[in-house]
Design a protein around this ligand. Structure first.
Ligand code: GLY
Ligand code: MN
Ligand code: MN
Length: 348
């Protein structure tokens, strides 16, 4: 079923849908730049953009009729007869919302972010292949960086090496700012690379991802610079056990909250529950953080086509932290780990 058809199954109405966020413009039309909008009805598909993108829009969105944004919003919404417009309430400025609801006075605007996003939760085979390739680039970058990391390099230098390797391998960008957090800085779950120099005995958490053909990758490995001490070993083994057992508990149809519970239970029983503050995992796709999540509050059931991270961590202020993250795909009853980098204790 086409993506637009799936969208209208969710909306269950004969209204129109106005798309204003890059991820949803890309998902429904294939247009790969920002600065475009979609107006879709059951029968019509319009892409609204400016002259910088006319050639690109014609190439990438052959199913959409191109409308010059210069014609104005009254003209755009006058193209359709539907009076009800479903829109992305989380992706529109107050200014634009006021302008639309003021100018397009005959139309009723209804928030529908969740329904518009929903089809993106179930990746099709083509999307799964792209995410697999994206994750492979991450794996290759990790293998590359293991040969390069040296005492005295800054976290920023390490991050730059990972990033440039991924770009040279076909990535068009980063999923998020690369995390390279060493020593006590590794207790910051999202410690973006700094000028700190890597020292002997440091834990080093590397969390990175690239964008490849429009889709994100995401992985984390924590390494030790030199031989790990007993506490580093204890925490690493704990996080690895939590991650391995959580992955083992995943199956199509499982409650996402129950997968989080497996990892959280192991870490809590070891006395570190307070040191694992975030959810176990999130979905990954066109955006780095999508739904559903492996979180204690989730009410979602895992379905074929879902791609989620499994990333338990233990973070101890003033000491450091360990996180290990893989991407898991669910495909026709099978659970596939898309991340192949080794996880046994890595000493550099
Ligand atoms: N740093 C992004 C993530 O792993 O969620
Ligand atoms: Mn990550
Ligand atoms: Mn993640």
């Amino acid at each position: 079923m086409s993506r637009v058809k799936r969208l209208f199954e969710n909306i269950k109405s004969d209204g129109a849908v106005f798309i204003s966020s890059y991820p949803n413009v890309f998902y429904y039309s294939g247009f790969s730049s920002a600065d475009a909008y979609l107006l879709i009805t059951a029968r019509e598909r319009y892409i609204i953009t400016d002259s910088r993108y006319f050639v690109q829009a014609k190439l990438e969105c052959p199913d959409f009729e191109l409308v010059d944004i210069k014609k104005g919003w009254e003209y755009v919404f006058g193209l359709i007869k539907e009076d009800t417009i479903y829109f992305e309430e989380n992706n529109i400025s107050y200014g634009m919302y006021s302008m639309l609801t003021g100018k397009v006075y005959a139309k009723e605007f209804i928030p529908a972010q969740a329904d518009i996003n929903l089809p993106r939760q179930k990746k099709d085979k083509h999307e799964l292949e792209i995410i697999k390739e994206a994750e492979k680039i991450g794996d290759m970058a990790f293998s590359h960086i293991l040969d390069i990391i040296k005492v005295g390099m800054s976290e920023r230098e390490v991050a730059f090496e990972i990033e440039s390797y991924m770009r040279k391998s076909g990535a068009t960008g980063l999923s998020f700012d690369t995390i390279a957090a060493s020593g006590v800085r590794s207790s910051m779950p999202h410690g973006v690379a700094s000028d700190k120099l890597i020292a002997k005995g440091d834990l080093l958490t590397l969390d990175f991802g690239c964008v490849y053909n429009g889709y994100c990758s995401d992985m984390t490995r924590t390494v030790v610079i030199g031989e790990p001490d007993s506490k580093q070993k204890e925490i690493y083994e704990l996080v690895l056990k939590a991650q391995t057992e959580a992955i083992g508990a995943i199956y199509e149809g499982v409650l996402c909250a129950d997968v989080d519970k497996v990892a959280r239970g192991i870490i809590t029983d070891a006395g570190y529950g307070e040191n694992f503050g975030h959810a176990l995992g999130h979905s990954v796709g066109i955006q780095i953080h999508e739904n559903p999540n492996f979180s204690p509050k989730s009410t979602d059931v895992l379905q074929s086509g879902n791609v989620l991270s499994v990333e338990p961590g233990v973070y101890i202020d003033g000491w450091g932290g360990v996180r290990i993250e893989d991407l898991i795909a669910v495909s026709d009853g099978e659970i596939i780990n898309l991340t192949t980098s080794p996880k046994e204790h890595i000493a550099i």
